[in-house]
Design a protein around this ligand. Sequence first.
Ligand SMILES: [Zn+2]
Length: 503
Amino acid sequence: MHRRIAIGGFQHETNTFCPLPTVWQDFQTPGAWPGQTNGKAIFETFAGANIPLAGFIDAAAPECDLVPLLWTAAEPAGYVTREAFDRISGEIVLGIAEAGPLDAVYLDLHGAMVTEDHDDGEAELLRRIRAVVGPDLPIAVSLDLHGNLSRAFFERASCVSIYRTYPHLDMAETGARAYRLLSELLERGEPFARAWRQVDYLIPITAQSTMHVPGDRLYAMLPGLEGEGVSSIDIAMGFPPADTPDTGASIFAYGADPKAVDGAVQAMLDALHEAEPAFFDPLIPAREAVCEAMRLSEGATRPVVIADPQDNPGAGGMGDSTGLLRALLDEGVEGAALSMLWDPQTACAAHAAGQGAEIAVSLGGFHPDSGGAAIETSVRVEALSDGTFPFTGPMYGGSTARVGPSACLKIIHDRADIRVVVGSIRCQNADQAMFSAFGIIPASQRILAIKSAVHFLGDYAPIAERVLFAKAPGANPCPIDEIAYTRLRPGIRLGPGGRVFAR
Ligand SMILES: [Zn+2]
């Protein structure tokens, strides 16, 4: 007989330093992902998408009766409001309560949700579900690589699978792994032996990529630690811009043999300690990054890419920070393009003026305290878009961008030759379509300025002469020792080799 599994997803990565609260409407509005999708529409909306739920569905559908609940995600920002969390988790819990007899629940969660009331939103969601289904029903969870998880979460989830790539290229694959682990649990008929440990230092987000040392080496160890008695072991690297007692990396393992499971987690913890000095934060001041990019671009045939990680909307930056653009202008750079500056007002003005018009604008700078002042300048409107276009890169490919009314603007300047893409809905630039949809061919630019921390590497590293990481103002602070923590757990170290946090 087919097993009945209720499936759903509720994703948010909460940057508690971001000034913008995350409200219910943010979970309804499509952005990099579709807005809230309910019931059977899930099957059609996510078919072929690189998200965990889609991978889970593909793996499970031939063998199971799936009961679709809802799936929703909001662009990373500040605390999830009580209203948003209660309403969406309430719908999930009600859906499970009304689903009839179930063999299991699968949830596609992020792992770094912080709400106005709860430091660990995922742990609270599981508490509410357990209140309905009891302590024994298997609940399988897949997580983003950036989760900040608590012991309460670990105890309430029956098994956990986590992305193994950053940029996250394996999201759908992680959903499929979550299904295989859940199947094994259901076959087994009793809970897994399990182990969990938190790592005692914070890892800067810009040092977490699995395309570089030491992330590549650490993640490559995981399959080797699985095997006899160990069904699964995964690492969450943590999401540093969140001021909670459980911020930081943690390791999860499940299997049949308690000793082997514990040994695998300990081996991974030891490896993370050994790797500590190798986690290197690559940020250099924006002005220096621009000068270095100009030097490197002399005679280069490929663009030099400058990332702006501290204003990455994919981690709770606003996307309106002007620091890197200011540095490009001040240095009089020729042949640069920046995407995407979040500026609904300028996008609207560009649409009103029309293609080819020259207009005076005030670019970005809505949060001058965290992101720098607006840039007053004149621009020529080179391209206009409704902001709906297909992503084409390895991470988001198969999904549709929805950045709202948007435009390519050429800044009118006596020395610099710079184009800026402005959009109305905050969106990280992790895909070349964020330029090409506006008529800019990324590979033919001298310098590409990109609002992203690491995800952009998936699509841009293959075309880049070099990649630099600029330190410009923004609401996604990257150097750990510059983050104004007050609530971390005592004893954790502020970055690799960093000082010990004390309240
Ligand atoms: Zn992530």
